[in-house]
Design a binder for this molecule. Structure first.
Ligand SMILES: [Zn+2]
Length: 91
């Protein structure tokens, strides 16, 4: 049986995953710069800073999350929202 390795960028947690289970997520996984596991201990111990222009998305049963370059459309929406907030604060 083929196994895939997925590694948490924060704590190094590295479970083996059956390839047959993972294959449908592989394409998405490959788009991520980093992935983070979903354990509470990891979440509490590590700061998951999201660089500008990136977004953290849930992936793989919503347990793991992945960091990827923000979609252009999404980026525009967020940027526009920030501008509106700034305008509101000024006014
Ligand atoms: Zn982790």
């Amino acid at each position: 049986m083929k196994l895939s390795i997925i590694k948490c960028a924060a704590c190094g947690h590295e479970p083996f995953v059956k390839d047959s289970k993972f294959s449908e997520y592989r394409k998405e996984y490959n788009r991520f710069e980093k992935v983070f596991c979903g354990t509470n201990s990891c979440r509490e111990a590590h700061d998951r800073e999201i660089p500008k222009g990136y977004q953290l998305v849930h992936f793989w049963f919503g347990v793991w999350s992945g960091l990827r370059v923000m979609d252009i459309e999404n980026y525009k929406v967020v940027k526009r929202a920030k501008q509106l907030v700034e305008l509101a604060l000024k006014g």
